[in-house]
Design a protein around this ligand. Sequence first.
Ligand SMILES: *[C@@H]1O[C@H](CO)[C@@H](O)[C@H](O)[C@H]1NC(C)=O
Ligand SMILES: *[C@@H]1O[C@H](CO)[C@@H](O)[C@H](O)[C@H]1NC(C)=O
Ligand SMILES: *[C@@H]1O[C@H](CO)[C@@H](O)[C@H](O)[C@H]1NC(C)=O
Length: 383
Amino acid sequence: MKICLIAVIFFLYTAQADTEFSSIKADTNTCYRYYCKTSGQSFSKGQCGLKELSSDGRYNVYASPTCSEKEACAIGATSGDTTTYTCQSNVVTGYKWPGEKCDNSDMCNPTYSSGCKDSRCLGSGDQEECIDHNYCLPGYYCLGYNSTTKGTCQKQIETNGYDCAEDYDCVNNAWCNVTNVVTKNLCFSFGSFAEHAYVSTCSNSQNFLCSSGYCFAKEGTGHYQCSKNLTSAQPNSLPNTCDLEGQFCQSTPDEYFSANAFAEEPCACAYNQAGSLYCPLFYGDTPVIQYFTQLKKWLNSEESKKCNTIRRNSAVCIKDFWDSDNYNKLVYYNAYYEYFANIQGAESCVLKTFLTEFYEAKKAYEDSSAEILIVTALIASLF
Ligand SMILES: *[C@@H]1O[C@H](CO)[C@@H](O)[C@H](O)[C@H]1NC(C)=O
Ligand SMILES: *[C@@H]1O[C@H](CO)[C@@H](O)[C@H](O)[C@H]1NC(C)=O
Ligand SMILES: *[C@@H]1O[C@H](CO)[C@@H](O)[C@H](O)[C@H]1NC(C)=O
């Protein structure tokens, strides 16, 4: 998405006049601008999009949501500055893991499962051999495996129980606080550690034992601790804007650690007519808290125990066992926050063509919310 040369030339030209400085900033934007295909444009059979270089050096993309369910709109042929997008087959082999629902053995992941029996993919049970966690049935983890030696499937360790070596050793709503010392490691509930509680690990400033989701090393001690909830810099005026694709947006800081203890997310292009730039969300922003709340509801449910430990967050497994309203809500909240920067101001035809995953999640969520409203109204009308 970079057309640096044009941006640089323009920069040299405009830099001579101070009054033009605001337009320099605007021209560093290399995002494509997205439109619905106009009735005047004629697309060939199977074509779902067109990208053209416009006279100001930026690209315009025209979308036509014509692909079938089993296809995705992907880059086809390029000729000069023009690219066509065509519907291409996108059949994902969504294999099932041990314990997940199946109609026949072909559906079960052949690496981990020996087939389908009584509508569930087979796997290793209590004390049976396993190469890693993937091989065990729901409720079990693989103990004592390494690259050369097989382990055995054992009951997952309960919340507040010993002795986990990693998160997947714990029951599906608990994570492991690996201390790497002589004392034993305990499993704790997802998101149960308060602001500034100590954690053993902190990779990419993240630890899901922390209620905020974030952690940092304390200046001076070097020990990892959970941060307070971190939000977008301007949490009350979402979406926050940014200037350059890929440049980092910073969350609010947690000064307890240091002045520059903040989380970072790369500035991203929106699929709208201006091709504007926005910051993604941070875990403390309201839409992400909504998602985490729904995720916790899943993890703490009886149904989540029917998923293999590795598959605790897998949409495929969640769909098998949770009711569709809750499932649709979870998938939509997740997509809304993941694609937050991209969807701002984007037209429905563009979303359907290029952000199909988000579009479908939103539609399923709205359809199930509408059903709930109708049912509620029907029940109310009885009284
Ligand atoms: C794997 O585990 C076995 C048994 O615990 C041990 O003897 C072996 O050294 C381990 N191998 C590696 C590569 O860690
Ligand atoms: C988690 O691990 C850290 C680092 O080892 C330790 O300081 C902390 O006390 C542990 N948390 C709990 C609740 O045990
Ligand atoms: C912080 O975030 C957590 C998890 O998303 C949420 O449960 C909690 O209510 C938030 N706390 C505040 C003070 O907003």
